[in-house]
Design a protein around this ligand. Sequence first.
Ligand code: ATP
Ligand code: MG
Length: 393
Amino acid sequence: MKYRTFLIKYAEIAIKGKNRYVFEDALMHRMRLALKHVDGDFSVTKTQGRMYVDCLSDCDRDEVTSALRKVFGINAICPVVKIANEGFDKLRESVVRYVDEEYPDKRHTFKVFAKRADKSFPVCSTDMNSELGAAILEAYPEMKVDVHNPEIELHVEVRESIYIYSKQIEGPGGMPVGTNGKAMLLLSGGIDSPVAGYMIAKRGVKIDAVYFHAPPYTSERAKQKVIDLARQISGYTGTICLHVINFTDIQLAIYEKCPHEELTIIMRRYMMRIAEKIAVQNDCLGLVTGESIGQVASQTMQSLAVTNEVCSLPVFRPLIGFDKQEIIEISGRIGTFETSILPYEDCCTIFVAKHPVTKPKLSVIEKSEERLADCIDELVATALETEEVINVI
Ligand code: ATP
Ligand code: MG
């Protein structure tokens, strides 16, 4: 018996009413996009409140499931055996064969969950449960029924075809990307920001990204690392439009004119200002960063408040309450960790003070920024005009 069909389970509670269609259409769209990266022809359909992926040609089942495991909105993927609806005797035969092929070692407990959605089928759900259970016990006496805590939950759904399944592969959960607007991720080469992008996209938010580099102080390899990270998270988020901003002259100006212990905070404020401009131009409804309270000097409550002050768009910080170890764990799971720890320089680490302020005062920082008044507008304008845009797929 060959798996050619996958039943897709998604959380239905959150999506009652007319939002349900928006959610379901977005989910199917995202699944089709994800399957474009897998060899083979697929059809994604929705019938009677059930969503299925059918493989129309030969395909690698593991590749299909790993592509679908990156689609937010999916709670579980069930490989299903689909057979023609040809009466109960044929069904009983198929179920017995299914159990044989799926569970060569028969020492398992099980329970049958039959569902008769096609009411013209002659056997009702309750009778199917007991008759199919009896047929399995007769064929494999070493198996046992356990109605409370079965090892195998054997589902049989009678519809226009009959679907048999007993295994489910966990999906990523969340909501389909695109159902919750778009945000601009400040993406550095570190561990945190790719995870922040993943987490915000998991709630259905499409993301674009902005990366600040400082050539020649930061290298091409550092930039390539950020492109690679964007590509890794695009597996979950879909295409990311990455804006690469040359930040060198702004950093040099800050370095030259502002107190060194305030460099990082002033630099972060300019990053946020520029990111917000690009965000607005690209219909983003918020900014996203990988900040977490207290992780470094620029992420104390006082520093976050002073940084936040320059933005009118909301700034989302999905990692705000996470410990580094928790962030590392997620980055390992989503596949960005190995790239993030490559030792290339970041513009934040190059112009860094020995003793950065940890409790900056807004009025003091604003005063320091006045020293940039004669050049900063032009530098920001040039940085925006010379941006490089890379579509990362
Ligand atoms: P990360 O691991 O994300 O680099 P970090 O712990 O190194 O974080 P910071 O360097 O203080 O923290 O940066 C905080 C946040 O600011 C980052 O998570 C990211 O969102 C943004 N950021 C920092 N540097 C850059 C950069 N060069 N380009 C774009 N965004 C940046
Ligand atoms: Mg960083």
